[in-house]
Design a protein around this ligand. Sequence first.
Ligand code: F6P
Length: 749
Amino acid sequence: MKITLRLIVSLIFVAALVATIFSYYQVQNEEERLTTELTLRASTLAESMEGTISEPLLSNSPERLKKFIERFIKRDPFVGIAIFDSQCVFVEKSPNVDFSKQAFTKYIMESTTRKEGISYFETIDGIKTHIYTFPLRRDQQIIGSLILTHNASYIESRLKEIWRNNFVRLLILSFLIILTTILVVRWSLTGPIAQIADWLKGLRMGKIKQPLNLPRGDVLGPLANEVTILVKNLALARASAEVEARLRAESESLWTAERLKEHVRQEVGNKNLYVISNREPYMHQRRGGTIECIIPAGGLVTAIDPIMRSCGGTWIAHGSGDADLETSDRNGKIPVPPEEPNYTLKRVWLTKEEEEGYYYGFSNEGIWPLCHHTHTRPIFRLEDWIHYQKVNEKFAEALLDEIENEEEPLILIQDYHFALLPFLIKSKRPDARVAIFWHIPWPNPEAFGICPWKREILLGLLAADLVSFQIQYHCNNFLDTIDRFLESKINWEQFSIERQEHITLIKPFPISVAFPAVLTTVEQPGVNKETLLKKIMKDHNISVEYLGVGVDRIDYTKGIIERFRGLERFFEKYPEFIEKFSFIELGAPSRTHIKRYHDLLAEVEETANKINWRFQTKKWKPIIYLEAHHNHDTINRHYKAADLCMVTSLHDGMNLVAKEYVAARDDEDGALILSQFTGAARELHDAFIVNPYDVEEVADSIHSSLTMPPDERKLRMQRMQGILREHNVYRWAANLVATLSRIRLKKNT
Ligand code: F6P
């Protein structure tokens, strides 16, 4: 039976059952009400007649009784009257009812014994009749009985009417049920199912590229989600297969997620990969009444997540989301990515004081400005340093628990938050292979030398088997720093340091992004720049020919103010672009508990407002500053729609925004303006390389990138993509893992 029919039959059956039960009770109540009403009427009538009848009855005057009865039934012909004497002998009656066929004696006796009126129903001449027997009294003596009859057939009619009305209602209800069921089933089930089927067919035949637009919360929402993931996987598999095919055809050394997986398996067998970072890749946050899973902004997550997705393992990080605790198990673990888990995130819990001292304090007010040349003074506080040490110990414990039963585990530590971790791990597990990747720049010895705990930091790092930086220049700075502050043997040919029989390799591994781009939504390959630009313009209520974009954590190292100054100068110098070009800055607030960052938020906004105030017209403004945690889809849409992307960091280890923008341009269009002080500038030579402090140069490069011939723009983008294709994040991870796994531990154990 079809689902619609099954639904209709069940609903009608239930409705009929409910209607029958209700009608039954309604009929019962109505019958009781009408009977009571009739009895009341008869008793009132009898009592009012008692006085008039008693006299002629006692004086044995049937004539008077007859007259009384005649007079009465003239007024009310539907009432029958019969009068009996005290011996139950019939005295007088009205002619409108045939009293002769009835035996009243029993009821007369009962009512005189009980000394009250009694009522009952009989059928007289085929008519349901209400009979009321009333004892007539004079001075407490029973002198006779009065019988009043009422035609009660209307009660039956009324009860039948109730059944009939309720039946008609049931019919109408059934009709509505049928109609509603058909519509609801069509709208919510058969329609969407047919839509999914058409969509799948279209995808299979390569005719459809857009995502499936079903309301996610609806009954088919979970199915639609699963189908979307399935299709995404299929698209990925297809893309991967195409890439592999191209790889074979062109014998290119292209790295893919699959190839990395295979490579890691060959290098380390079935060992797990352990990643440690401060920032977690998936953070659970409370928004309104619901819990949302967000991906924090920043290059680290962008780079490491694809590797963990393809190799599996455990990622240990600070659980900093306000709903992290309730979404993790009692060991702080949760399988991720949420939509398709393939590795474990283990969250480490920190107290407010620990977070304050270790993260905000020592890491971000101490080491961060120490390593970035941005003229922001580092602040070193003893209590921050104490917390930094404690938190490093806490993470070491969490990791040591995890690797307890694993021989020669492979550990990739991320960033400046964990300078002491290599030492803490190696002192307990000398067999572990430990690499630390320092995502940010490493300063020269003079700059680093101001740190009161420089020795401890350097010793902590040197315990690692591999210390890696984004570029060779930072490796050189590190080797110089060691040379200046620690006794050790530096091998400048091998780029290694030997100290107390332990060798540490110092190597550059320029981090990258997943390219060819990993599809994050099914729509990506098909949607063109024009459509996206139109949508973005509509969202911001502007209409321009050219769009620029900047994507940053709001950090003083990113040169956002310098970028805005460059834009201001551009509009001054090239006023023909007024009302033709707008710049959208997608800024994610970051580390806002630190005063410098807090002040920067206001400073960035103020600068944008000032420039807007100066140039804006009724229907246009030069800078649209959107301060929020933007998701990957939003960022990607802006990348794809923008004619240019500006990365103007004052100092940056790599800067993955530059690479993400290039990777997102599957139309091979768009221009990149890139600070010479980023690691990325060493690879992306086809960007417009600028000094962000040089306002004229920034303004001119905006102009050049907007006016450059399309062919040249395309060529530059193709070349940059060529670099990313060859040096993508899978290759980065493959090199890192291979270098680490091939290090000989002999000397250290
Ligand atoms: O750029 C250095 C870095 O630590 C990145 O590795 C990371 O993505 C980014 O800063 C984010 O910083 P935070 O975790 O403090 O928000």
